[in-house]
Design a protein around this ligand. Structure first.
Ligand code: G3P
Ligand code: CA
Length: 346
């Protein structure tokens, strides 16, 4: 009887500990539900985030844009004709804009109030993924996503982290809908204030991360796009630095002055040759660690079309390879596969 009581006590202690300890505190790589679990359900919907959490994701990742009335909502881009039924519900609201230096035609979140956005339903963007959930789910606000993470975290007895990304921050600042202020206000207001809070804020731009550094102690992550590309805000002011330049030891030291991690495209760590075969790993993971930065590469997907030939069609093999190279987390469209690969390592 006493041993059962001891076992129960130990289990309760473990549960209480898990509920308090931020994800990743054990040193195992984080699983980040990239846009939720879009391998199964349309990206950036509460259903997709909830599935990612049920599958064991440590963090969920909302990409953020603004509505006309300044509310942060989860969409990968502000042009939403590819991921919602906006063209049918608001046919007359098509417009033309210049976003990050490129002319775009379409339907843009900043032209819609939150009430209007809430009449829309999400659609799967990729034709080779299931379409049967189209029309079922609303577009969520960041506030709703935070509430979901807290509610499901309480139910599961663990901390669910948030990994918001500011999309097109210079553009939104330029039209008077700056993303950083409402983001910080909401996160701080919800109790996420310190460097050990389960939050990472990410951006492909540099200037808004530096601005955020003065606004919050929450951890920041510099995303790295293709090596020959330049962050839009740097390009706009004539700064010649590319993401490739930022991935050098010197560039990483500069990032470490304002951020706690990098989110590199996978090819920075394991480049693919012209034949599609993997080449030798680079030193990026070690270089970033040397600079004191975490490394969370993107994006891991199960479909064979995305996998290097070397993995023989097995997505688990890709995770194993990256975990073996010492990454600190992975952005995954299939969090269950990432969780399984991580469990297999133990
Ligand atoms: O934020 C990491 C990864 O999501 C960056 O790519 O284009 O899917 O937002 P994207
Ligand atoms: Ca993202």
């Amino acid at each position: 009887m006493q041993s059962i009581a001891r076992l129960l006590g130990a289990l309760m202690l473990a549960w209480a500990w898990a509920a308090l300890v931020p994800p990743g505190a054990w040193g195992a790589p984080l699983v980040i539900g990239h846009r939720g679990a879009p391998g199964y359900l349309p990206e950036h919907t509460l259903a997709s985030y909830a599935l990612a959490i049920r599958q064991g994701a440590d963090y969920i990742e909302p990409d953020l844009v603004s509505t006309r009335d300044g509310v942060l909502i989860a969409r990968h881009e502000n042009e939403i004709s590819g991921t919602s039924d906006v063209t049918e519900k608001f046919p007359a609201r098509r417009s033309r804009k210049v976003i990050d230096g490129r002319a775009r035609d379409g339907w843009f979140t900043e032209d819609f109030t939150l009430a209007e956005i809430k009449t829309l339903r999400a659609r799967e963007r990729l034709p080779f993924r299931g379409q049967s959930h189209n029309g079922r789910y609303a577009i969520p606000t960041l506030a709703e996503i935070i509430a979901l993470a807290k509610r499901m975290g309480r139910a599961q007895g663990r901390v669910i982290g948030l990994y918001p990304e500011t999309k097109h921050p210079s553009y939104f600042a330029g039209i008077g809908l700056s993303l950083e202020e409402p983001l910080v206000e909401l996160l701080h207001g919800q109790g996420y204030r310190t460097a050990d809070a389960p939050v990472f804020i990410q951006s492909f731009e540099v200037g808004n991360l530096k601005k955020l550094r003065h606004m919050t102690r929450l951890r920041l992550v510099q995303l790295l796009g293709g090596p020959s590309r330049r962050p839009y805000d740097l390009a706009r002011r004539g700064d010649p630095r590319t993401y490739g330049d930022m991935s050098t030891p010197r560039g990483l030291r500069e990032i470490a002055a304002y951020a706690q991690g990098i989110g590199p495209w996978k090819g920075y760590i394991l480049p693919r040759g012209p034949s599609g075969r993997l080449q030798a790993p680079t030193t990026l993971v070690d270089d970033a660690h040397q600079a004191g930065l975490l490394v969370h590469p993107y994006t891991f997907r199960n479909e064979a079309r995305y996998l290097a030939k070397d993995y023989g069609g097995d997505p688990l093999a890709e995770y194993r390879r990256f975990f073996g190279l010492g990454v600190d987390g992975v952005f995954s469209d299939f969090p269950d596969t990432a969780v399984k690969a991580r469990a297999d390592m133990r």
